[in-house]
Design a binder for this molecule. Sequence first.
Ligand code: FAD
Length: 450
Amino acid sequence: MDTVAPQVIVLGAGLAGCECAFQLAEQGIAVQLWEMKPLRRTPAQSSDHLAELVCSNSFRSDNPLNAIGLLHEELRLAGSLLLRLADKHRVPAGDALAVDREEFAADVQAHIAQHSKIELISRHASELPLAQGVPVVVATGPLTTAELAEAITAQTGQERLAFYDAIAPIVAADSIDYSQVFAASRWGKGEGADYLNCPMDKPQYMAFVEALLGAETMPLEDFERDAHYFQGCQPIEVIAASGPKSLRFGPMKPTGLDDPRTGRWAYAVVQLRAENRHLTAYNLVGFQTKMRQAEQKRVLSTIAGLGQAEFLRYGSVHRNTFLDSPRLLDEAMALKSQPQLRFAGQITGVEGYVESTASGFWVAQRLAADLCGRTLPLPPPTTSLGALLNHVLGQDLIMDAKVRFQPTNVHFGLFPPLEDLGRKSQKAERKERMLSRARDDLQPWLTGLR
Ligand SMILES: Cc1cc2nc3c(=O)[nH]c(=O)nc-3n(C[C@H](O)[C@H](O)[C@H](O)COP(=O)(O)OP(=O)(O)OC[C@H]3O[C@@H](n4cnc5c(N)ncnc54)[C@H](O)[C@@H]3O)c2cc1C
């Protein structure tokens, strides 16, 4: 493009940044897109392309009966560039949308480089370019460079930008066996019984620790082996390895939890805490883990009440730079304390290629609307896009001072429950109804896009 003053600066030409820049440009907005490649790479990158898929080449299931497949469908309908190019460069992978990563990235790069409204600049952002007086979208991803992270914390406060996630597994509420668990808060504190407690006697606890220690875990990335890795977010298997009773003095502490069936404390307890206001999902408190997903299912299903648990999300611990978005951002993903600054992609607390693309898409649409003086509400929370953004904003969460926001993939546990289906409704029926509701609710929102 001819060099004209930009109306928006986007930092980072990954999945979110490319989608965001393209959507803005398509609406006639002049964008400067800063990308540090080829001058510099993050430790996960191995090519100089934009929109690099750093690990798997899969956008996961393309079946709309999964929340991620539904997100694909919604992005296609809404006009996402990256979904269109993913479809174009699709390779066979069963019901998954997998792509030829080289062709995909080269095509994204071509669309960005050739767009008359986008000026692509190879530049490392060591500071936030706020002095130019135009909106700045930060889309620098999970491995945002240290210099920029420092500039961001100067805006947000040190404690509001995390460098590791600590994700506990989440199970569907209607898959818990309530006859084996009891509701109680420690020492009876809080309003009512805030937790479901899965009790263990000593032999069960010892067998559980043994199973944990024998479980296969995901390897650490080289760049994850630094000294701060496990501070405050140790995986359960690491705690277990530090001594047979460590978990019992940590996340499985039984003290103050009277089991009404015995009138006593159990030997150890796994606590489940409601994940959302609708009480459709529960997380296993303090159970972040690097166990492989199949191992999580095998080992955690031995916990009382979780024998038939449906895992909506598996646990993990990664190097991941992300904001405390529910406390910092407004609906436009702008910093409440500095609205010139907006955030898109994984740095907002979404997780994965498609979710990051979706985030970039929303930020562009909303920013374009704001610049043109149009109003654009969030997508309905009953859609995949809306449910994901709702989570980033903490609108589905029970936020109190203790809650540490954690990133998420999209899953049906983020959606509001169906109104007229009982707890024990069949999973397949529930998904069909969620899909049909999402499709109905998305249509009117799409008409307001441009
Ligand atoms: C090791 C690893 C493996 C992963 N595996 C998967 C997977 O298999 N499947 C999946 O769905 N997701 C995976 N993810 C997550 C996935 O990478 C992200 O969800 C997605 O890439 C995030 O998109 P983004 O646009 O927010 O950030 P990115 O795609 O990371 O893009 C950020 C861009 O910003 C640039 N940048 C960073 N700092 C600066 C700066 N200061 N100045 C200028 N440019 C900068 C980077 O070079 C990059 O191009 C993985 C992540 C990691 C770290």
